[in-house]
Design a protein. Structure first.
Length: 304
């Protein structure tokens, strides 16, 4: 792969660390998997995997936990990108979990499938006997994320306990697993949202179109703008309207809000992120607003 000369030298340091983590996990663990949603962070993970392992095939498959209520633009991008790189995609379906009685779907205007992903994810890890899973979480996203190690260990029930995490001194990682455990691995833990976008711009990576400003029919709820879709039931006092928006994060449509924006190019997105003072999840993810510890509570149950 052609060597990249970065305009921003710190990106080379971040990239080298992430590539080192991926190679260490591929060497230490027997059955890793890379989680991919079609979002910006997992797009960067795919690029880093290319840097780490090409021209050989990836030493792991790629998996998406699909709620069935994703943005169509993200699903179209996911399928096209996987076809381009020629790797194996596993789709773990929340819809299948509902049909099998593993989870119960919520009803009403505030219903969401986002929380149901945890059971689907843990079932897929058990079904395929994965012992580690790469994810695109970053420490700047949310307070609970900041407690994560790069190798984050989950017990035999898939649960996370922050007090039981292992020290990671001098970039040395202890990958030993106890019976029933698996690890979540976060190679871009030390990146910020701005780093991600600067890297995407430097590498000229394609991202789903919803990351750029576009006109969309939305409605307002709890200080957020939600896309009008078959998956969202509006309340009596809510009405749709047209707005110029883009998305900072791509998740389930039932809990992911848009931001008003005119940023239509990578350069404009980078400039917008550099100026913002609110984290992406704090601004656009309803599931993180339920309580102050909402993310940590979900992570303790096995969430990403």
């Amino acid at each position: 792969m052609q060597q990249q000369t970065y305009h921003l030298p710190h990106l080379r340091t971040l990239e080298a660390e992430a590539v080192h983590v991926m190679r260490e996990v591929a060497a230490e663990f027997e059955r890793p998997v890379l989680l991919f949603s079609g979002g910006k962070d997992s797009i960067v993970l795919l690029r880093l995997a290319e840097k780490a392992f090409r021209p050989a095939p990836f030493p792991f498959p790629i998996m998406h936990v699909d709620t069935g209520h994703n943005f169509p633009e993200a699903i179209e991008f996911r399928d096209r990108r996987i076809e381009e790189i020629g790797e194996r995609l596993i789709v773990a379906s929340v819809e299948d979990s509902i049909a099998a009685g593993r989870v119960v779907e919520q009803t009403g205007p505030r219903a969401s499938r986002n929380g149901l992903q945890t059971v689907t994810l843990l079932d897929a890890i058990a079904e395929h006997d994965f012992d580690s899973a790469f994810g695109g979480a970053r420490r700047d996203e949310e307070r609970a994320r900041a407690k994560e190690r790069i190798l984050s260990f989950r017990n035999e029930f898939g649960q996370w306990e922050p007090q039981n995490q292992r020290p990671e001194l001098w970039s040395l990682y202890n990958g030993r697993l106890h019976k029933g455990e698996h690890a979540r691995v976060f190679p871009i833990s030390n990146w910020t949202e701005l780093d991600v976008w600067q890297y995407i711009a430097e590498e000229q990576l394609e991202v789903p179109s919803i990351y750029f400003a576009h006109d969309r029919e939305v409605f307002a709820r709890d200080g957020m703008l939600y896309a009008v879709s078959p998956f969202m039931e509006m309340m009596e006092d809510e009405a749709p309207f047209q707005a110029r928006v883009r998305y900072r994060t791509v998740g389930d449509m039932s809990c992911t809000g848009a931001v008003e924006s005119d940023a239509a190019t990578l350069e404009q997105v980078v400039a917008e992120i550099a100026a913002t003072e609110v984290t992406e999840r704090g601004q656009t993810r309803a599931d993180d607003r339920v309580t102050e510890a909402a993310m940590e509570d979900r992570k303790r149950q096995g969430y990403f």
